[in-house]
Write a protein that binds this ligand. Sequence first.
Ligand code: PLP
Length: 469
Amino acid sequence: MYLTIEKTKGSRLTQQIYTKIRTRILNGELKPGEKLPSSRKMAKDLGVSRNTVLAAYDFLFSEGYIAGKTGAGMFVSPGMELPKQPEAVRDYALSVFSPHEITKGEIGFYPGTPDVSLFPRPKWNKALGRAIREAPDSAFGYDYPQGRPELRNVLRDYLKRARGISCDPEQIIVTTGTKQSLTLAGKCLLAKDSEVLIEDPGNGNVKDIFSFHTEKIYPLPADGEGIMPSGFARFSAPSLIFTTPSNAFPLGGALPIARRLALIRYAREKGAWILEDDYDSEFCYQGPPVHALQALAPDIVVYTGTFSKIMFPSVRLGYMVLPYPLVNECRRLKHLCDHHTSSLTQLALMEFIESGELERHVFRMKRLYKKRRDFLISLLLEYFPGKVTVWGGAAGMHVAAQFPGVSFPGALFSKIKAAGVGVVPVSEHTLQKGKYDDMILLGFGNLPEEKIKAGLSVLKKILSEEKRS
Ligand SMILES: Cc1ncc(COP(=O)(O)O)c(C=O)c1O
C-alpha cells in the first residue's frame, strides 16, 4: 500500500492524502523524479473517489511539491528534501510568564493591582456599544497613529482638570499603556551611549526597557519623598532622567516643590529630558493630587499616564504628553510599532470620560482604597508594635513596610509565598542591591479587609518564628 488513511467520521480525506505525501517528500522517502501512482490507482487502493485524490494532487502541484502533466503522470519535484527538525526544538521548558503568579487561594499583596471586580462593566459595555454603533468608518480602518483626535481633545481637558497639565491635543499620543510610552520614549530619546538616571528604588521594568538602548543606566538615590538632588553631582551628562514625582514608586511620597525645581534646573543645565511617570496619583487620600511636574517645565518633560490603575490593566490604554519637538518622531515610532491603539477602545474611553463615568469610578474606588489602606496600616502597627515603619500611602494602592533586622529576599520571601501570601520585596525594584532588604511592598487595592487581616496574620506568624530561630 502506497499510503494509508483513516476513514472515521469527519476525517478530511484530501487533507490526509496531501499531508502524508508531502511528509514523505520532505523527509526524503520519496525522491525527486519519483513517479506518484496514478490518481485512478491511488483512489482504488484507498477506496476513495478519484476526485479526492485529484484534489490532493492539485494542492501538492500548486505548492510545487510535484510536477508533471495529466496523462504523463506526476513526479516529485527536484530539491524538495528538508533536513529533519532537531528533536530538542519541542523540548524547551517555557517559563510561565505572568508578573505575579497568583496561585489559587493565595492572598496577593501585589502593588499596582486595582480591584477589577468593582469596575462598572455595564457602563463600559454601553460606551463600547456606542463607539461601535456611532464611530465613523475611518475608525474601522488604519487610523491616526497618534490617537483619535476626539479622544485627544477630551484627554486635554481631563488632564487640565485632574492633573493641572496644560497641553494641546497635538502633544498627546495615545498608547497601549506606560510600558509602550516608555518604549517609544526610549527609542526616540536614547542613543547607544546615552546616560539615563533612574530614581532608585524605582520600578524594575524601567531599567529593562531602557537597556535595549544603552548600558549607561545609573541610580539616582530616592528617599521617602522621591529623588534627592544631592545625588545629581555624581553625573555629568545625563540624556534622560526617569522619575515618579506624584507618588514615588515604590516608597511613596510626593516630590516636594524645592526638589522639583532643583530637578528641573539640573535637567536644563545638562540638556536632559525628564520622563515623568504618573501612574496612580489619581488615588490621593490627603487633599487633591499634587500637580504634575510637567506643568512646571512642559518643554523638557515627557509625561506618561495610564488607565491601567483607574480602569483595569487589560484595557491597555495610556498616553504621553510630549514637548512639541518630540511629537513627529514619537508619532512615527508609534506608527512603526503597532500603527495605533485600537480606535474603538479609544472612542469608548472618550465616551466613558465625557459621560463622567471615569471620574465617578475613580471617586468610588478612592473611598474604598482609602478604607483598605487605613485598615492595612492600623493592623500593621497593631501586629508589629515598634517593629515596623510604614512608608508611603498618601496616594496609590500600596505601602512599603520596613522591618528593621529582617531580610526578605530569598528564603524568607519563599517561605511567605509557600504559606499562601504574596508580597514583593522592595529589593526587586532597586538598582543598588542590599540597601532595602528589610522592606516589602504591600498592595491593598485588590484585597478586602478580611483578606488583609488573614494575610497579615500569616506574616506575623512567620516573622515571629523567624525571630525565634
Ligand atoms: C511605576 C509604574 N508605572 C506605570 C505602570 C503601568 O504600566 P502600564 O500602563 O503599561 O500598565 C506600572 C505598572 O504596574 C508601574 O508600576
